[in-house]
Design a protein around this ligand. Structure first.
Ligand code: NCD
Length: 304
């Protein structure tokens, strides 16, 4: 596993290995805090878009495995003097053993990885993919509801057009052909056609045109996303759709007793704060799982 640019870079046996290793990492952190298997290894974190969870959990993962982190302050880097992205990538590649990159343009991370001779991880490329998030999401689904696939109903709500976490997770779910996927989104923010076709070819059932109030009754995993303001051409277009959905305690009364609500975070107003106290609200546990899954990914990419 030299590169993780799309979830489709990894096969089912690697996915299974990562899920297993993430569980081991969780036990390890709980019992000993960490290990030193990545001593003398250096990770460079190169983020051209804001991030809290992804960047912090990658750093925490590296530190807990005994490695070190270079956090490039993009706003103060030589890019401000006009250096190209290519030259920046070549530079950080000399100093590091692995590079984690986020960028606002789709496919930009894949292009950057071609320049580097070091293992490369896509931490989100515009509306493209976010493979490590999909892996931690899968780990969360598995640890919260058990076996994935036996007619597990997964409902995606929100900005499905722009949400890279949804794009990656849906592709990853095609390894589990019994999953049933439902899409609920405001007008103009539906799942990209090419992803729907891809999932269709892999034989998964996909549903649209269902009301959230109906879909939630059958749902095992409700995956909520933020309306991605930064991806809209104008503020006016964003205003038309913001606030379209809100998961609140009334809606949760319609949901199964055993189901979970997930969100990659940050959340705005699409999940009411009162839902946080519901044991089915899994988004903070999901966020914690990010560190365990990224520890597993770093071990596999740097040592196996
Ligand atoms: C998301 C992202 O940046 O794609 N968050 C994350 O990585 N945990 C989702 C978002 O920004 O809405």
């Amino acid at each position: 596993m030299n590169q993780l640019l799309s979830v489709l870079d990894i096969n089912l046996s690697t996915v299974t290995l990562l899920l297993h290793k993430a569980r081991q990492m969780k036990d390890l952190v709980k019992s000993k805090g960490g290990l030193s298997i990545l001593k003398n290894k250096v990770l460079t974190s190169l983020f051209y878009e804001p991030s809290t969870r992804t960047s912090c959990s990658f750093q925490a993962a590296m530190l807990r495995l005994g490695g070190s982190v270079i956090n490039v302050d993009v706003g103060n880097s030589s890019m401000q003097k006009g250096e190209t992205l290519e030259d920046t990538i070549q530079t950080v590649s000399c100093y590091s053993d692995i590079i984690v990159m986020r960028h606002p343009e789709k496919n930009s991370v894949t292009e950057s990885a071609k320049i580097s001779d070091k293992p490369f991880i896509n931490a989100g490329d515009g509306t493209g993919e976010h493979p490590t998030q999909a892996l931690l999401d899968l780990y969360t689904i598995q640890s919260e509801i058990g076996q994935i696939g036996k007619n597990t109903n997964i409902t995606f709500v929100g900005d499905l057009k722009h949400s890279r976490t949804v794009h990656s997770l849906v592709k990853l779910l095609t390894y589990f052909p019994d999953v049933i996927i439902t899409y609920i989104s405001p007008d103009g923010l539906s799942m990209p056609e090419e992803i729907v076709e891809f999932v269709n070819l892999r034989g998964l059932e996909q549903r649209t045109g269902v009301l959230l109030e109906e879909a939630i009754k059958e749902t095992d995993v409700l995956y909520v996303t933020r309306i991605q303001k930064e991806r809209f051409a104008t503020e006016e277009e964003y205003r038309k759709v913001v606030g379209s959905y809100c998961i609140d305690t009334e809606l949760m009364k319609l949901a199964k007793k055993k189901m979970i609500v997930m969100h990659p975070l940050p959340r705005l107003d699409e999940i009411d704060r009162a839902v946080d106290n519901d044991p089915r609200a899994a988004y903070f546990r999901q966020m914690e799982n990010g560190m365990y899954m990224r520890m597993a990914i770093l071990e596999c990419m740097l040592l196996l």
